[in-house]
Ligand binder design. Structure first.
Ligand code: GTP
Ligand code: MG
Length: 150
């Protein structure tokens, strides 16, 4: 069955949008088949976005993706790759339609809360070995401890 790699970016985690974003994919009817909180190291972020290496914003993009924990997910379903891209909306949140995740929840291209694979081949690749989703890590801490413990 088709699968896609969905990653809630550090701004989405920091803004407590994890539940909201997961809920949209659940309500649509796709199946969550894997999930973890992950601090993406620089080398994996560069691998994930290697097609954009020549872009002027590439260093900022890598700083952004590695700036805090991300939520890595695998979602399955018929047509899930293209459908997830529609649910997410276009790259620039100001141009994304209301009703999409980016259209409803973001304003900046450089802080657009979520990633979705752009083809079934990339979905499988991004979930595979040596990518964020499958790389083992020690436990990750999310946000300042004092926020929830004091
Ligand atoms: P992803 O799902 O994250 O791959 O986004 P996308 O497929 O909609 O866009 P693309 O793969 O072309 O770019 C990857 C990410 O790079 C975007 O989601 C943005 O976070 C960032 N990005 C793309 N274009 C720009 C830009 O012009 N400026 C900045 N600052 N960031 C950009
Ligand atoms: Mg992309």
């Amino acid at each position: 069955v088709e699968e896609t790699y969905i990653m809630i970016k550090p701004d989405g985690v920091q803004r407590s949008l994890v539940g909201e974003i997961i809920s949209r994919f659940e309500k649509k009817g796709f199946k969550l088949s894997g999930l973890k909180l992950f601090q993406c190291p620089k080398d994996l972020a560069e691998e994930h976005y290697k097609d954009l290496k020549s872009k002027p914003f590439f260093p900022k993009l890598i700083d952004y993706i590695t700036s805090g924990p991300v939520v890595c997910m695998a979602w399955e379903g018929v047509g899930v790759v293209a459908s997830a891209r529609k649910l997410i909306g276009v790259t620039n949140p100001l141009q994304a339609e209301p009703g999409t995740i980016r259209g409803d929840l973001a304003v900046q291209t450089g802080r657009n809360v979520v990633h979705g694979s752009d083809s079934p081949e990339n979905g499988t690749r991004e979930i595979g070995k040596s990518c964020c989703f499958s790389t083992n890590t020690d436990s990750v801490e999310c946000g300042p401890k004092s926020f929830c413990l004091e």
